[in-house]
Design a binder for this molecule. Structure first.
Ligand code: DAH
Length: 378
């Protein structure tokens, strides 16, 4: 049988077909060609239209060509077989194209359904809820203890004038304690009133408070303070303090030590003992340094594993913070009558206390924001 590029574009006689068997073979080949094309197509609407136009298209579809070129000009002897074969091919094409259309619709629905399906059993997006930073938690613990004995919280500015940071606290300009507080001063625009500095302690809020309120005063002042310290395991250029101030008509040294002892026991545990040693601060007189019995060795000075306790260096005591009775000179700066009032003050380093209570040996971890550390204090 002769092969022709596209036999449907020629008449049967032109391609040398002149007997029924050859006609049947010719149709069989067209059907195979159709089947192969169909098999290569994904069932969807676009392919259905493509195939339909190519084979059933009225103007130049394959079946139209066959009708025009094979059937109409066929010799009378071949006409019946050509007509019959054409009908068979047409039925085959129509029914299989219908299957293609239905399959296409189904898969379209399937894709859409899959896309729209909501799986309620899938775990949602779980965002971890943060917690308070350990420093904030310790602030809260300390605040709660002082709330329970009638103190309230006040806050003050982190940028101060030297008057509040030093002078009004009885630290005149050339006083040597200023060396310890070697300070961050602000760069100010020309002509601006100054100087201004980052407060080196929370004590200036004592002055702000007494300027605004008359005794009785019982406040604590949580906040950040800044010093030009080189960072190491126990120093940071920024750290946290809670200042305390109680002033009233008849506050005694006994009230003072009793209050501190109560606080320390509440914070570290009933078993902890306190003691105080003489110290010096320009704004308190007398001034003391409070110690607690070592929380690591229970005050014995001997480590649990035997040998000298490394935390208290065998002394059994750990230094906590400075405090004292408010120096009468300070009252002079806030127009309180030193003959009528008395009181005490203290300045607690929060970072240090948190480190002691929670066994942290490097202050820097508070500021590195490493979640592996933060997560340990949920
Ligand atoms: N302001 C002091 C400092 O930062 C701490 C301090 C000591 C505060 C004794 C006080 C106090 O109120 O009475 O070093």
């Amino acid at each position: 049988m002769p092969t022709v590029d596209n036999p449907t574009e020629k008449t049967l006689s032109a391609i040398g077909i002149n007997d029924p068997i050859a006609v049947a073979e010719l149709f069989a080949r067209e059907r195979l060609r159709y089947d192969q094309q169909l098999a290569a197509k994904v069932p969807d609407e676009a392919n259905y239209t493509l195939m339909k136009n190519a084979w059933l298209g009225r103007k130049s579809g394959v079946l139209t060509l066959i009708t025009e070129n094979w059937l109409k000009p066929a010799p009378p002897a071949l006409k019946p077989i050509v007509g019959q074969s054409l009908n068979e091919l047409k039925r085959h094409i129509e029914s299989s194209l219908e299957s293609l259309r239905v399959a296409g619709e189904k898969s379209f629905e399937g894709v859409a359904a899959a896309r729209e399906k909501i799986d309620l059993s899938l775990p949602g997006v779980i965002r971890s809820i943060g917690t308070h930073h350990l420093i904030r938690q310790v602030f809260q613990e300390i605040e709660d203890i002082f709330f329970s004995i009638g103190f309230s919280v006040v806050e003050g500015p982190e940028i101060e004038t030297p008057y509040y940071n030093f002078e009004a606290l009885n630290i005149p300009e050339h006083h040597p304690v200023r060396d310890d507080m070697d300070t961050f001063y602000m760069e100010l625009p020309k002509g601006a009133p100054g100087p201004l500095l980052l407060r080196t302690h929370t004590s200036p809020v004592q002055i702000h408070t007494m300027e605004k309120r008359q005794p009785p005063v019982r406040v604590i002042v949580p906040g950040k303070v800044y010093r030009r310290d080189n960072p190491d395991a126990t120093h940071s250029f920024m750290f946290h303090q809670i200042e305390g101030l109680a002033v009233d008509a008849d506050i005694t040294f006994c009230d003072f030590t009793g209050t501190i002892d109560y606080f320390v026991k509440q914070f570290f545990g009933e078993g902890v003992k306190t003691r105080f040693r003489p110290s010096y601060f320009p704004f308190t007189e007398p001034s003391v340094e409070f110690d607690a019995s070592c929380v690591f060795c229970g005050g014995s000075g001997t480590a649990k594993t035997g040998g000298t306790c490394g935390k208290c260096k065998g002394s059994g005591w750990i230094e906590l913070f400075g405090a004292g009775m408010v120096d009468p000179a300070v009252y002079g700066f806030v127009n309180y009558d030193p003959k009528k009032v008395s009181g005490f003050a203290f300045g607690i380093g929060i970072d240090r206390l948190a480190m002691l209570k929670y066994g942290i040996d490097d202050i820097q971890v508070f500021f590195q924001n490493d979640v592996r550390f933060l997560k340990q204090f949920p």
